[in-house]
Design a protein around this ligand. Structure first.
Ligand SMILES: Cc1cc2nc3c(=O)[nH]c(=O)nc-3n(C[C@H](O)[C@H](O)[C@H](O)COP(=O)(O)OP(=O)(O)OC[C@H]3O[C@@H](n4cnc5c(N)ncnc54)[C@H](O)[C@@H]3O)c2cc1C
Length: 489
């Protein structure tokens, strides 16, 4: 097992069919500044050269470099993005960096629009805003996340017999549907799956295998480097038919044949007959609760209080590893910075090693940047439960207040209640502040994506209404006012 010490981690992942048997192969090697490893094996059975590795930046500098490499391809994104082939060059693979905010959606959108007219890159901007939609939607209905967690615990305890066995087989990549086994192996090995593969896998899990969506979402959550309470939970709910009434996502053989690279599908054709189009029928999935949208009470906290005490510290956490770019914080000075991960979250049962390493590397990078930007001493903490480490730091520095960017609904957000109470006992105030851009899009997430997109787009681009068409450049029928449905393909 190799640890991540460089700034970028790449995986060469594919299955080669040798003598009729599909086998997982991984190749390792080093090139300057890049490390290659396969977390499940100390040696590969056979070293084979893959044409394109999949790389995931672990620092902001690397994420920006990866973005500069991808940016010229954004115009081709709309046409190329649905194809699934090893290396995933048609998509950005930036989701792990975006999830932790090593780079933000807003800066990537702004950077895209510097170089390209909106209509040419609309699809990419829309996909980035799907992320903001899911984040905003969950903020308005946090009980969807807590109910999901309760369901996972209950289902893990309840599942017996065939279903329990099947979950184990599928997660291990031994389902017998070879292309799904390939995706399960890819997920466990690299921590990444293409969007289309995520949709096929989830559709197959729920509607063909008839397994609870929550356990599939949990499998993804434990392994994805970009694992996100909103994007993951709500995408699984969307496939299950819970997000858009009357709409489910069904996995069909013809769709795989259209979008998976032919050689890849040919090498994993076993079991495809189970995905024949005529067999695709939606399972009716029960909702776990009644969810009404409510804008969170603290959504107006987009600036720091005027009367901050002199001894104020900054808490940098894994939900936003880029505090120096947040408007309310950028010009502030702090006595001290604490960059911490919660040992309990890091060591949660089944959390993959890649995810742990990705978090640690990202936090180390953020700690360095924050120390430099705010010209303050930095303390790291990740080997103890977060409340204890944070409170010990605040007391040792004799702080009167702690500031942090408000974590989104998820494990860290849940922890802030405990942190606030414990700090208050020591007479230390906790102020959580929203990035104003995040708070602004909340009201648009009351209903479906189309309404969100209309509102968020106008705000994002500073438009009062639809932009004027460019008659010299815009192809017929594209762009202006074109309505996109509630779909991810
Ligand atoms: C079942 C399922 C589970 C998912 N779980 C997650 C998750 O845990 N975390 C996560 O970030 N995304 C999740 N997604 C959304 C999407 O699959 C990934 O964001 C995308 O595949 C990341 O790859 P990329 O960075 O190469 O994307 P690109 O195609 O390059 O897109 C650029 C960015 O836009 C955002 N984005 C693109 N597509 C979507 C989408 N459909 N929904 C939300 N945001 C999107 C991501 O931030 C992405 O990095 C899930 C989708 C499905 C169907």
């Amino acid at each position: 097992m190799t640890s991540v010490s460089e700034e970028v981690v790449c995986y060469w992942f594919f299955k080669a069919t040798i003598s009729g048997l599909a086998r997982v192969e991984a190749s390792f090697g080093t090139v300057p500044g890049v490390s290659f490893f396969h977390p499940d094996m100390s040696t590969a059975e056979e070293i084979v050269t893959a044409d394109q590795p999949t790389c995931f930046p672990h620092t902001r500098a690397e994420a920006l470099r990866a973005w500069e490499e991808f940016r010229p391809r954004v115009a081709a994104y709309a046409d190329a993005r649905n194809g699934v082939r090893p290396g995933h060059q048609a998509v950005s693979r930036l989701s792990p960096a975006i999830r932790r905010r090593l780079v933000t959606e807003y800066e990537l959108i702004a950077s895209t629009l510097e170089k390209q007219p909106f209509w040419r890159v609309e699809k990419f901007v829309q996909e980035m805003m799907w992320r903001r939609y899911w984040k905003s939607w969950l903020e308005l209905r946090p009980a969807v996340w807590s109910d999901y967690l309760t369901d996972v615990t209950r289902l893990r305890g309840e599942l017996r017999g065939y279903q329990a066995k099947r979950v184990k087989e599928i997660e291990a990549g031994h389902s017998g549907v070879e292309i799904m086994d390939y995706f399960a192996d890819e997920l466990r090995t690299t921590g990444y799956l293409h969007n289309h593969a995520r949709m096929w896998f989830a559709g197959w899990w729920i509607h063909t295998e008839k397994l609870p969506w929550q356990l599939g979402a949990d499998f993804f959550y434990r392994h994805l480097l970009d694992a996100d309470p909103a994007a993951n939970t709500l995408s699984w709910r969307w496939v299950a038919g819970l997000q858009t009434q009357g709409k489910t996502y069904l996995t069909r053989r013809s769709n795989l044949e259209k979008y998976v690279e032919p050689a890849l599908l040919a090498a994993h054709a076993g079991g495809l007959d189970q995905l024949e189009d005529k067999l695709a029928h939606a399972v009716r999935v029960q909702e776990s609760g009644i969810y009404r949208a409510e804008v969170p009470a603290d959504a107006s906290d987009t600036a720091l209080p005027d009367d901050l005490p002199a001894r104020t510290g900054l808490w940098v956490h894994a939900d936003d590893l880029n505090p120096e770019s947040a408007v309310p914080l950028a010009g502030q000075s702090f006595q001290s910075v604490f960059a911490g991960l919660d040992a309990n979250i890091l060591q949660a049962e089944g959390l993959s090693l890649q995810r742990q390493e990705h978090l640690r590397a990202g936090l180390a990078d953020a700690a360095t940047r924050a120390g430099e930007h705010f010209q303050a001493p930095v303390q790291r903490g990740e080997d103890a439960p977060l409340p204890e480490a944070l409170i010990a730091w605040a007391k040792a520095r004799d702080l009167q207040a702690v500031i942090a960017l408000r974590p989104a609904v998820g494990p860290l957000h849940t922890l802030t209640t405990v942190v606030r109470e414990r700090l208050a006992k020591a007479n230390i105030a906790l102020h959580l502040v929203w990035r104003p851009e995040d708070a602004e899009t909340l009201p648009f997430a009351q209903a479906g994506y189309f309404a969100f997109w209309q509102g968020a787009r106008a705000q994002l681009l500073g438009w009062e209404s639809e932009p004027a068409a460019d008659p010299t450049e815009k192809p017929q029928g594209k762009g202006k006012g074109k309505r996109r449905g509630n779909r991810h393909e």
